[in-house]
Design a protein around this ligand. Sequence first.
Ligand code: ZN
Length: 258
Amino acid sequence: MRNEQNNKLKKNKAILKSKKSIVETYKVICEFHEKYLKQFGVKLPKLYNSQNVFTKNALVLVYLAHNYPNTRKVTKEELTRFVRSYYPNTNDVQQARHLGAQTGWWIVAGGRDNIVLDIERGTYQLYTLEQPYPSFKKGHRISKTDTWDTIKEKYGFRCAVCGSQEGKPHLHWPATKTVLQKGHMDPNKPLLAGNIIPQCQKCNRGDRNRWVYNEKGRVIKLADANFVKNFDKNVRQKIYRVLYNEFKGKNPNLEKNL
Ligand SMILES: [Zn+2]
């Protein structure tokens, strides 16, 4: 039984090592990309680099798409071994992760909080070539030409921060009807598409101008320096140390005035 499995494995690797099969699988990927994925902005990696060698991204994608639609889970080590047959100095293949969340291919990374496939940490599986990675389609990639209605639609007519739905009772104040307003992502920049997320009237209160939000409605930065005054003393001390080191003990505001 084990021998049979080993043979299978060897056969499998042999198939993937042939350049012809790589080109053929890539062609299949191209067809699906053209038909289903291109429209969502999913990027197709080039097959060859300028030296006419397969690119790492293409190798990883082809490896994961092998035998599509009957894909299987692949460990990071296996991917690394495969990429090494073209790039012997490769230590750690990050491509599978990048091709997923960032480039838009629906590659499931195991062990995270994915709810799509039951695969363990350190393994990857191509889920489908007919749909982009979920956040590419439904998610919150706001374009500068989006209208307010389009922006709200992208968020399912919910507040980006707390998730309360327009016209429905507020999640945290059930007696309040949720009203969606144009919220700044960065309050120090103008309220224009590209800097707007839908926020309910509670999350969009004036004091929220303290924060910079990302497209997922998460706070990523402080927008109002004065808010530092509200921090605990030990945090303020640490901030002082960071700034003291950054500006080498000199007052940067004084230097500017000189
Ligand atoms: Zn809210």
